[in-house]
Write a protein that binds this ligand. Structure first.
Ligand code: LMR
Length: 396
């Protein structure tokens, strides 16, 4: 039965972590995966998380099953964060949210759900997009296409191309967009451009699916979520996957959610019943701990403030690292212009490094990046940045 099975290719992102883990060089640096490291090179355990965990340990609650759609207080807190506390879709009970196993799990629930109710639709993702988007929607049974997004010449968005592609999509197509901090390019749309995108999505009868894995890493929590509110205001169906892996540094707890906006409370109730079927047949119900931690932080004013401060500190440190990276590369590789890294938003930079250069970086310098040239700038710190810059200058 199994003898003819081929070896699957290495995962383009998590496979790099496997190669990194196998590297014996103590000075190795992983700029592959989207994980934030603090100035000491450690993945932080946020103080707000620690304090919430202390409260939860004190409660010593039994580990019963959660409802299929997750912890009610978590789902409510997610809605307030994603849509804004005063959102009309919350007031009118038109939004449904299910706790999910990270942002990936949220995307998969959304994909399986859409496959049941819009099986003939095709999916469109940005060119390029997060490496897992295509595989995820294909595994749910969709044909996945690209829409124009990145312009390597300007290091920005090919907005005319994107708009033309949106306008050419058949009605009912599912269009996946990054709400903020575009992964992998770090190139986001401007507020004006979002306005044109939303108008094109509405006019074309497209189904927008926003992936928001990095809320708070761009301009701020509310600022990064603004696009969700603008889509809500435009009316029509809307799906949003969000994740707390990065913003709470809770990667391994797998805490995310899928939210869907319906036309009425009655429609929302029916959607929720169907989303629960999808969850039940995938993994039954979500895990308890991460959801409780996030719900506790978001609903306890003092912890909530602490989280916002800690998230802001991560955001600010990443920006400082972008600045330092550009300045140092200017000294070490004067013929090359890396100024664009300053304009990019979030954890990633589409560095322009070729696959061959990325391979040399790993082989000769133990500096790991994604084959496409995507680097995560969040692991940079004062102690390792010179080594990274020297290595890049050598491979250029
Ligand atoms: C990334 O893009 O590096 C992260 O979202 C981690 C992942 O699951 O790929």
């Amino acid at each position: 039965l199994f003898s003819a099975i081929d070896m699957a290719p290495r995962d383009p992102i998590l496979g790099i972590t496997e190669a990194f883990n196998a590297d014996k060089n103590p000075a190795k640096i992983n700029l592959g995966v989207g994980v934030y490291y603090d100035e000491n090179g450690k993945v932080p355990l946020l103080s707000c998380v620690r304090k919430a965990e202390a409260i939860l340990i004190e409660q010593a609650a039994p580990r019963t099953y959660l409802p299929i759609d997750g912890l009610a207080s978590y789902d409510a807190a997610v809605q307030e964060l994603v849509f804004g506390a005063d959102s009309v879709v919350i007031q009118e009970r038109r939004a449904v949210t299910v706790q999910a196993i990270g942002g990936t799990g949220a995307l998969k629930i959304g994909a399986d759900f859409l496959q049941r109710f819009a099986p003939g639709a095709q999916v469109y993702i940005s060119d390029p997009s997060w490496e897992n988007h295509r595989a995820l929607f294909e595994s749910a049974g969709f044909v996945v296409n690209n829409y124009a997004y990145y312009d390597a010449a300007t290091r920005g968005v090919n907005f005319a191309g994107m708009l033309a592609d949106l306008q050419a999509m058949p009605r009912g197509s599912i269009v996946l967009m990054h709400a903020c901090c575009h992964n992998p390019t770090g190139a986001d749309l401007s507020a004006e451009q979002w306005g044109e995108v939303i108008a094109a999505v509405s006019a074309g009868g497209l189904i927008p699916f926003l992936d928001m894995a990095y809320q708070g890493f761009g301009a701020g929590i509310a600022e990064d979520g603004a696009v969700v509110r603008r889509f809500v205001a435009a009316g029509g169906p809307l799906l949003i996957s969000n994740s707390f892996s990065k913003s709470f540094s809770l990667y391994g707890e797998r805490v995310g959610a899928l939210s869907v906006v319906a036309a009425s409370a009655d429609e929302a109730a029916r959607l929720l019943s169907q989303l629960k079927r999808v969850v039940r047949t995938n993994y039954s119900n979500p895990p308890v701990h991460g959801g409780k931690v996030v719900a506790t932080v978001l609903t306890t004013p003092e912890l909530r403030q602490l989280w916002e401060d800690e998230l802001a500190a991560m955001r600010v440190r990443i920006r400082a690292m972008r600045e330092a990276f550009v300045t140092k590369l200017k000294e070490k590789a004067p013929g090359h212009d890396f100024d664009f890294v300053r304009q990019q938003v979030g954890m990633f930079s589409y560095s322009g490094l070729s696959k061959a250069q990325v391979e040399t970086l790993a082989r000769e310098h133990s500096v790991y990046a994604v084959d496409t040239g995507r680097i995560c700038v969040a692991p940079l710190n004062a102690a390792n940045i010179d080594k990274v810059v020297d290595a890049i200058a050598k491979v250029l």
